[in-house]
Design a protein around this ligand. Sequence first.
Ligand code: ZN
Length: 341
Amino acid sequence: MALCNYYDGIAQRRSVNYVPKLEELPKIALDTLDTSDPETKLVLFSNNTFRYFRPELEAKLCSLQVFQEHWDTTQVFAYKSVELKDLPEITDLKLISDYGDFRAPFVAKIRSHYGPRGRRNHNGVDLPLKTGEPVYATFDGKVRYSTYNSGGFGNLIIVRHPNGLETWYAHLSRRNVNVNEYVKAGDVIGYGGSTGRSTGPHLHFEVRYCDQTFDPERLFAFEEGELKYQTFALERSFFSIRSRETDQLEEYDDFENIASLKDEDGEEASAEDILAYLSAEEKAKREEEYRKSQELYHTIKRGDMLGTISRKYGVTIDQICRLNNISRNTTLQINKRIRVR
Ligand SMILES: [Zn+2]
């Protein structure tokens, strides 16, 4: 239930922060179950669906501005009046705060990474899954968009979080939440599938800030199901200039093609098959990624600052601090070698 906005009548009669009592839920609710979290109850409905019910969380998040401004539940892009150039060069995002926890949307090895695909951009990562496997809300937040998207995303859910980040979950077989509902990290918001422009079950997952995409792998280690930082310095240079070019999802990523590469016995494609398939451009990109993943050092020169070094190597300031066990305020010593990767 979108407890803040669901009962328009109630909300108008009382304050906007009014949270309805359990007994005011629709009559079709069959039963309410306790969960291991004392603040969370499950409401079971006659149509075999369930909803989370948590008045405390909703009362806490209801009044935040981030859930009121640029709040559009009908379109994928909600910040059309905000240009890329209007965004600050660096935005510090608290990923973990008193607003809650983290859970990976789905734990898997990425099949298709974020980045350019020919003349277009793959705006998220593709995680292979089986149809029907649960997909989780990554952080606490409010559902901004939940519908079947004819642009190619299929069943798409967009959740906005208290720090302004939005997470996108596409190709779901079923959506378990409606717009204006509040969710907690780890809530099952939907189930994996292959709806929309997709030829095999996978989760297409994006993170956006003011409609702008950046690589979700900057935040998450998907294979481990872990969050990389508590606070993240989101740099404007991370955003793709093609972020808002289209709301048509172009699945020309490798996922479907590799998934459909089968040998004559019907076995899955081998590593060699896949490598043979990949274009030279794609191979070069992967080699570049591999090279980037190797350790790299920088020798401090006069005038160097953490910001300039981080931009030069395309890494975050947090990463440099962590690798060298220094803080953002540490004075850099000329000629000292610091690790950037
Ligand atoms: Zn994708």
